[in-house]
Design a protein around this ligand. Sequence first.
Ligand SMILES: [Zn+2]
Ligand SMILES: [Zn+2]
Length: 143
Amino acid sequence: MAHTGGCLCGAVRFTIDAEPQGARFCWCRDCQRIASGMATVNVLFDEEAVTYSGEMTLLRLVADSGNTVERGFCKVCGAQMFSRTVVGPKQPMRVRAGTLDDPEICPPSMIIWGASAPSWAPFPPGMPVLEAGPNSAPMASKA
Ligand SMILES: [Zn+2]
Ligand SMILES: [Zn+2]
């Protein structure tokens, strides 16, 4: 069964013909800037399985990881849709959980870039927190 979703105004829609590979919070500084001060919540999918329709602004920046990351935003409402690594180790596409028609399909189970989060960041109790990117060390003090 395909998963579907879209932006706030409906100009961008997407279909995903694969099951999620996991989901996580990202507290990197770039995500805080686009997510109003919170983490982004990202559901991971094989990039080839995700098909978007509608016009997006695509922004490519070097992330805290050193990888070049592309982010897609609806050209009309500005909603952030996804991020994907375009230069760096291959990683799944990160679809923003809030854009899924059914945000229940894959609850987050991990926090990345925990060391970049502000002191008031609400970390769910017991959830693993990594200092930096997906393969970094656990952050024992905040877990
Ligand atoms: Zn929109
Ligand atoms: Zn991030």
